[in-house]
Unconditional design. Structure first.
Length: 221
């Protein structure tokens, strides 16, 4: 990302944070950074999530780094939850260069935890009969690389639907290919952790990753 564009995004980030106050975190991710684990190049009100410049991406950002979609849709007004339990209203905006390529992400995370408590309190006062509960669809976004790998491993196990101790080879292949597709192996030393978790060697781990590519080649032939 060029310096001029970064300065413009910083100006926007400062304006948003000033407008909405200390509960509003604004983050700039550089998708062209050499190290994808250090995508944050600017952050205002980092106390909201405890992050700072040089920290790693959320799941949303990691997916964009991995897949490099040409025309991804902005994610606006979804809920996220921090590791310490804060509920945030978040928006993710993809920033494009002159050629239309996504080179940066502007993320806005507003801590609505106190507002939700107020809403519940007011709701209890104004409602005289028990109403239907209103479900909230939460998008759980992991906010640092260490937690991201743990979260992806948990998702891979949930996808298979059985604990590792009961998994056969096909189950482990499915779980590991899920991890590969979602950028888990972009994280430093992730191979060691994943191999140990699934009780396999690193050689076997990488053979499971390559298996999908071999299947695609056979299909093409």
């Amino acid at each position: 990302m060029d310096a001029k564009r970064l300065e413009m995004l910083k100006q926007i980030a400062q304006a948003l944070a000033a407008q909405f106050g200390p509960s509003c975190e604004v983050v700039i991710h550089d998708l062209a950074a050499r190290d994808p684990e250090k995508s944050i190049v600017y952050i205002v009100n980092g106390h909201v999530t405890g992050r700072r410049v040089g920290d790693g991406p959320s799941t949303v950002v990691m997916e964009q780094i991995l897949r490099a979609q040409e025309n991804p849709r902005d994610h606006l007004g979804y809920l996220t939850r921090t590791p310490d339990g804060k509920i945030l209203k978040s928006s993710t905006v993809y920033i494009r260069d002159g050629r239309g390529r996504v080179t940066a992400i502007l993320s806005i995370n507003y801590d609505i935890s106190a507002l939700l408590m107020m809403e519940n309190a007011i709701g209890g006062l104004v409602h005289t009969t028990e109403g239907e509960s209103r479900g909230r669809e939460e998008r759980i976004t992991v906010l640092n690389v260490s937690d991201l790998l743990d979260d992806l491993i948990e998702q891979s196990v949930a996808l298979v639907g059985k604990p590792v101790a009961l998994m056969n080879k096909e189950d482990k292949v499915r779980a590991i290919q899920f991890l590969s597709q979602h950028g888990a192996f972009l994280i430093t030393k992730s191979g060691d952790k994943v191999a140990k978790y699934f009780g396999i060697s690193k050689y076997t781990l990488y053979s499971y990753i390559d298996l999908k590519q071999e299947e695609k080649r056979h299909e093409q032939n």
